[in-house]
Design a protein around this ligand. Structure first.
Ligand SMILES: Nc1ncnc2c1ncn2[C@@H]1O[C@H](COP(=O)(O)OP(=O)(O)OP(=O)(O)O)[C@@H](O)[C@H]1O
Ligand SMILES: [Mg+2]
Length: 400
């Protein structure tokens, strides 16, 4: 328990000193003030948990001081010390918000007991506040998670539906492009315009396909198989894939990989997609001469991966939004805004976590933790097929 911050206010110095001395013997250390004014000026400088306040004082009296304390510092508890013949002051004080009152001459045991009770009241209030804050935070998180989950379901459902007509459009455009190349149409009026229009359709299909593929990427079932996975090999492969883009921008990619890095029992295709999404973002955000560092280390039953860049950074107001689907600061046509949404979806499905820290003008760091052995059964609810192969394997092992 934190030591109590206690203030003793009485205009009679000897009385104050005597009480303070005796309280100290019981482990209650009190600051002292000789008037209501001094009490308020101390409170202005530093907060107090409990104020023991004499009512009858020259200058502003105890009741007025109490009213001021309650107005300015409602958290502070006040115990009033009233004269023997003036219990009405005590009643008035309670009405003004005092914790309790004691009549002089006071018994020290009694005072010490009251101080402890006031302290307990404060502790209960702090606990309640913490609980309320925690509950509010959890509710907020749940709303955000549910929102993302339903957005995700909707988005991947839409992507799935769009994929089929898209395939038909693509096939038809391909056929039109072929026909246009035929000699019999060489003299067709405005053939070039037709060609241009058809090429535009073809490139728009490619863009639409990128969107649907990103969305379906993490719900795709057939190629998702759990197996022993070397994160180092995956990082090498992903770096190889983005290598050209990095060279073109004069960006160095540094790998800091712990020599005895353990393998994961996880899903390599999906992790590769995570790495490519994060690396592509980092390259896009980093200017010429910058660097991207990928660090991998064992951390108990997890592997920690940090991918940081020396890029433009992410403004605080965007940090909350970057994992939302379709949030992108890139020019229309350049970014789908799905990369990080999908990335987080994959990592969470694999039992891991992703966090981001960023400073505008300095760079961004994504911290990913992945469990070495994901509890496959946990993943079953949503996506049975992803794990079916691995489950079959485990079942097989169990029956042997
Ligand atoms: N390393 C980074 N540095 C700075 N900003 C970043 C970084 N990574 C992501 N962002 C910000 O987060 C936004 C969302 O990223 P996300 O990968 O989801 O979509 P995108 O990169 O815009 O589109 P896509 O992934 O389809 O190319 C980006 O537009 C960018 O503003
Ligand atoms: Mg991206």
């Amino acid at each position: 328990m934190e030591p109590i911050r206690l203030l003793l206010v009485d205009d009679e110095e000897q009385f104050r000193n005597a009480i303070a001395r005796r309280l100290k013997k019981r482990g209650l250390v009190a600051e002292q003030a000789g008037s209501g004014e001094e009490c308020l000026s101390i409170l202005k400088q530093r907060p107090m948990d409990v104020v023991v306040l004499d009512v009858k004082m020259p200058g502003i009296n105890g009741i007025e001081t109490l009213t001021q304390i309650k107005k300015r510092y409602p958290q502070t508890e006040v115990i009033l010390l009233t004269g023997h013949a003036t219990t009405s002051d005590g009643v008035e004080g309670i009405k003004a918000g005092a914790f309790d009152y004691l009549t002089k001459p006071i018994e020290l045991e009694h005072l010490a007991g009251k101080i402890t009770q006031a302290q307990e009241k404060i502790l209960r209030r702090v606990e309640k506040e913490k609980e309320a804050q925690f509950r509010a935070k959890m509710e907020q998180q749940m709303i955000a998670t549910e929102r993302l989950a339903s957005l995700g379901t909707l988005a991947s459902g839409v992507a799935h539906e769009i994929n089929n007509p898209l395939a038909i459009i693509k096939e038809s455009v391909g056929w039109m492009q072929l026909i246009l190349k035929k000699e019999e149409l060489a003299d067709m009026p405005r053939r070039k315009d037709f060609e241009k229009a058809i090429n535009k359709i073809a490139s728009s299909i490619e863009r639409a396909k990128r969107i649907t593929h990103q969305l379906l990427g993490f719900v795709k079932k057939h190629d998702a198989v759990f197996c022993e996975t070397s994160l180092k090999v995956l990082v090498d492969e992903a770096v190889e894939l983005v290598h050209r883009q990095a060279i073109n921008k004069n960006i160095e990619i540094i790998q800091k990989i712990e020599p005895n890095l353990d393998n994961l029992w996880s899903e390599p295709y999906q992790i590769r997609q995570v790495l490519i999404n994060l690396l592509t973002n980092a390259i896009h955000a980093t200017g010429s001469g910058g660097s991207i560092t990928i660090a991998l280390k064992n951390a108990g039953d997890q592997i920690n991966m940090t991918l940081c860049d020396t890029g433009v950074g992410i403004p605080a107001e965007n940090l909350k939004k970057i994992f939302e689907p379709f949030f992108s600061t890139k020019a229309p046509g350049e970014g789908t805004g799905l990369g990080l949404f999908v990335t987080r979806g994959i990592i969470e499905k694999l039992g891991g976590k992703i966090e981001v820290k960023s400073k505008v003008g300095h760079g961004t760091a994504f911290h990913v933790t992945l469990p070495k052995h994901h509890n496959i059964k946990e993943g079953l609810g949503e996506n049975k097929n992803i794990c079916s192969d691995a489950l079959e394997q485990i079942k097989g092992e169990n029956t042997l």
